[in-house]
Design a protein around this ligand. Structure first.
Ligand SMILES: [Zn+2]
Length: 124
């Protein structure tokens, strides 16, 4: 199979950097959703008289943090998948149509594992 010469090491570097960043973000969000980071919810002490007021905003903040955490985990799965493809020598190849992913796309999204066409098609 004719393989393009991609600068695999460059992409590996980018992916590992992104992986570190995501793991760091996930750790922070886990701390927050686990209630270890309570500083912000302690700020407005006047609100304590309002029944449920503080708890409600805390729940909202927590569910937002969890939603963001989901996104990061999702991203991490993409990054891991791309790293896996690097190991297997299939990096830069579309998962769906097996055609090469445009280099410009990989430069912009190193964790892309589908070409733009398939991405669009499968996203509906
Ligand atoms: Zn494709």
């Amino acid at each position: 199979m004719a393989q393009r010469k991609l600068d695999v090491e460059k992409y590996r570097e980018l992916l590992l950097q992104e992986r570190e960043r995501l793991l760091d973000q996930i750790r922070r969000i886990d701390d927050r959703t686990a209630g270890r980071d309570r500083l912000e919810s302690q700020v407005s002490s006047e609100d304590f008289d309002e029944p449920g007021g503080d708890a409600a905003s805390d729940t909202l903040e927590r569910s937002q943090a969890m939603a963001i955490g989901e996104n990061f985990r999702d991203m991490l799965a993409h990054v891991d998948h791309a790293l896996d493809k690097l190991e297997k020598g299939t990096y830069g190849q579309c998962d769906a149509c097996k055609k090469p992913i445009a280099k410009a796309r990989l430069d912009f999204l190193p964790w892309a594992t589908m070409c733009a066409d398939c991405r669009k098609r499968l996203a509906g």
